[in-house]
Design a protein around this ligand. Structure first.
Ligand SMILES: [Zn+2]
Length: 414
């Protein structure tokens, strides 16, 4: 193992501490050119957003959309473009030095299954289509930042790595981030920016909401609905469990939530099913509450099982299995850290409203849990109804999101 001498480690660790002031950075002629480009290129950037979004990217099948992003990375002259073991598309924009090393990412995947109609429609400034806001807007902004820095010929001190990553949504379980940051610490990366999440470009996600995802399965012998009547029924047990889960009380603050997101099972209307399952998502801003909520859901599942088995006098007993589908750690970046301070300064320099902060579950959760300064920023425009087929985005002044990200990245890497 390579051990850094303390003096070198201290130098690397403090790279970001010397980050420039956004007001000074934005006056550099090259950065000013890049900012102008972000605005003049606005319509082309929206076309990129639509183009990428019309290439389906369901969980675990992001490769076609990644290939389209790869062409755009090449055209923006990123270097060392490659795909890693998790399917993340990675490209570098080397600076004069390797440090500070800034990583900027947007996720490729969507929540929509294979076969979903991903056609995008446009009515004036409103685009509608699955994933058009979450996170096609982020991908377009990611590409937009690379294009703007290239157009302005911005020469940064440090390196900016661009990542179109996989596995952010659903059962992806942050697999892209887990692979990208494998073996890395805050000694390797000075700041991470995820382009995703907030509906407004005046917000910054500085806290990662942790989550558990479970699959609850009840199994039994099953049988004919008439002839075998009297054996315990997995679907009935599942109904009991869901009703109990629905009764769980969680606090507003720290915000803690639960959701049965998917159910399945059964053979036919006249069959007592041999199995039934539910997929359950639990989230909390606080790790202790996340654990408590998970334990409460598990108790509800157990008591539904016991009730169903007791009701049918142990004829054809059911069994229960709970699989862990996903776990995202909680984490946060202090509001007075250099990274958040820089974002705050960028909002001021651009004349945007003062920065607000929030907590969400995003790609930043993972680097935050490693202590790497991380933030999730919006990509411009106003999104609505994410994760539904009625998802829309109003792209009025969406270019401001690209400008803001250009200034954040060039200030941090200055
Ligand atoms: Zn997203």
């Amino acid at each position: 193992m390579n051990r850094l001498k303390p003096a070198i480690a201290l130098f690397l660790f403090s790279c970001l501490a010397h980050a420039a002031d956004p007001k000074t950075t934005m006056q550099q002629p090259a950065v000013a050119d890049a900012l102008r480009f972000a605005q003049s290129n606005a319509e082309a950037n929206i076309k990129t957003q639509i183009h990428l979004c019309e290439i389906a990217a369901p969980e675990f099948h992001e490769e076609k959309r990644a290939a389209a992003v790869e062409e755009l990375f090449k055209a923006a002259h990123l270097q060392n473009i490659h795909t890693d073991a998790a399917g993340n598309l990675i490209g570098d924009r080397p600076g004069k030095n390797p440090r500070p090393h800034i990583v900027i990412a947007a996720h490729l995947d969507t929540v929509f299954p294979e076969g979903t109609d991903v056609h995008v429609t446009r009515t004036g400034n409103v685009l509608k289509g699955p994933g058009i806001y979450d996170d096609c807007r982020g991908l377009a902004a990611l590409v937009g930042v690379a294009q703007a820095l290239d157009a302005g010929k911005v020469q940064t001190t440090g390196t900016i790595t661009f990542v179109a990553d996989t596995g952010e949504e659903g059962l992806g379980d942050l697999r892209g981030m887990k692979e990208f940051f494998r073996g890395k610490t805050k000694l390797d990366i000075d700041a991470f920016i995820s382009i995703d999440g907030p509906e407004s470009i005046t917000d910054a996600v500085t806290g990662g909401v942790g989550s558990y995802r479970l699959r609850l399965t009840y199994s039994g012998p099953g049988g004919h609905s008439f002839n075998a009547f009297g054996i315990a029924n997995p679907i009935h047990a599942l109904g009991r469990a869901i009703a109990k889960i629905d009764e769980i009380q969680t606090p507003e603050t720290p915000r803690t939530t639960f959701n049965v997101g998917r159910i399945g099972g059964g053979t036919s209307v006249n069959t007592i099913s041999s199995s039934a399952f539910a997929e359950i998502d639990m989230r909390s801003e606080e790790s202790g509450l996340l654990e408590t909520t998970k334990a409460t859901v598990e108790r509800a599942a157990q008591s539904a099982l016991d009730e169903e088995n007791a009701r049918w006098h142990d004829r054809g007993k059911l069994t229960m299995k709970i699989d862990l589908l996903g776990y995202r750690p909680t984490g946060s970046t202090p509001s007075d850290s250099k990274l958040i301070d820089t974002v705050r300064g960028v909002n001021q320099a651009m004349g945007l409203p003062a920065l607000t902060t929030s907590r969400q579950s995003t790609d930043s959760n993972f680097p935050m849990s490693l202590g790497i300064p991380s933030v999730t920023l919006g990509a411009g425009g106003t999104g609505k109804d994410a994760h539904t087929v009625n998802e829309t985005i109003d792209i009025t002044e969406a270019w401001k999101g690209v400008q803001r990200l250009v200034l954040v990245a060039s200030t941090l890497a200055d």
